[in-house]
Design a protein around this ligand. Structure first.
Ligand SMILES: Nc1ncnc2c1ncn2[C@@H]1O[C@H](COP(=O)(O)OP(=O)(O)OP(=O)(O)O)[C@@H](O)[C@H]1O
Length: 302
């Protein structure tokens, strides 16, 4: 079953084609939409919400047509926009209660709902203070809470980790995973970093210049992209030769080696090679995949 499906979806702006014949299907669960800046992620979301008409092609969300049933879609779908959109003078509680009421909940139910979602996103006492004084992390949480206020079946999160420090990113990603698993709400989340979506998504779609580059279950992605960065103080060349001789896939990037991981034995092989060659290992790190890595791998036919 698809919760979201497009067929030849195209969006042309006067000077740029933001989406170019995009055909893709998304099932329930947490789906990552990855692409560099300007790839067309936000445009796709706005079309899915029925807020922007496509130039050609079709798109359905929860089996509803975006062209004619936008209002019904927006009743069922929550949306966390990328840009700052929060009123600074009201508290998170007032804001989320207001949105819950606008979605049709009576006053008491709206208050309960707001308290619930603000608790879920981790806003405690600060929810009574005006939003203008919040940190970026707190504002992102309010944006997430408002997307959940009307009890949606599906939420679109546009770059929810933008502007967050590493800890804030981790917490946000954990929250997104919980929304997908514990709350049973399907999620479409965008990022320009494949590495961070890998940790929370069941499925990943990669777009580039409005075109579909890849759509795969995360397990296929991690198998194809898993690699480890190895750095030694001296002796990069002999180490590369040794690892190649051991049948590993190795590429050199300046002082570091990128080694394809085939299983836990890869780490043992790197350690043993460093010991045998008497090299000082200063880094052995699981690579964080950036969108560029996928492009490289697509080109190399990995
Ligand atoms: N309203 C608009 N008018 C003209 N061009 C637009 C409009 N909205 C988006 N674009 C262009 O369409 C392309 C895709 O933009 P979009 O915002 O969808 O990308 P994105 O993947 O979300 O990137 P970002 O993360 O930077 O927002 C870009 O070249 C952008 O400049």
């Amino acid at each position: 079953m698809h919760i979201l499906a497009t067929e030849g979806l195209t969006k042309r702006f006067p000077t740029v084609t933001a989406l170019d014949s995009l055909t893709v299907g998304v099932g329930p669960g947490v789906t990552g939409l990855v692409g560099a800046n300007g790839a067309g992620k936000s445009t796709l979301i706005k079309i899915m919400l029925g807020l922007l008409p496509p130039s050609s092609g079709t798109a359905r969300v929860l089996d509803l047509d975006v062209g004619t049933q936008g209002e019904r879609i927006r009743r069922l779908v929550g949306y966390m926009p990328e840009h700052e959109c929060l009123p600074p003078d009201v508290s998170a509680t007032e804001f989320v209660v207001h949105l819950a009421r606008m979605s049709g909940l009576p006053r008491t139910a709206a208050r309960e709902r707001a308290a619930d979602v603000l608790r879920h996103v981790g806003l405690a006492e600060e929810r009574y203070r005006p939003i203008g004084g919040y940190s970026t992390g707190m504002k992102q949480r309010v944006k997430l809470a408002q997307a959940l206020a009307h009890d949606p079946k599906l939420i679109f999160l546009d770059e929810p980790t933008n502007g967050l420090d590493p800890r804030g990113r981790d917490e946000m990603l954990h929250l997104i995973r919980r929304i997908g698993t514990e709350f049973g709400i399907s999620v479409l989340v965008t990022s320009h970093l494949l590495g961070e979506l890998e940790r929370v998504c069941d499925h990943v779609i990669v777009i580039d210049g409005g075109r579909l580059l890849r759509s795969s279950a995360i397990t296929e992605f991690t198998q194809a992209t898993q690699s480890v960065t190895v750095e030694v103080e001296e002796g990069t060349e002999p180490l590369a030769e040794r690892l190649l001789a051991a049948g590993l896939k190795v590429s050199r990037h300046g002082r570091t080696l990128l080694v394809g991981v085939t299983g836990p034995q890869t780490f043992d092989a790197i350690r043993d090679a460093a010991v045998d060659l008497d090299l000082c290992l200063i880094r052995l790190e699981q690579a964080r995949h950036r969108i560029e890595d996928v492009f490289r791998e697509e080109e190399a036919g990995v």
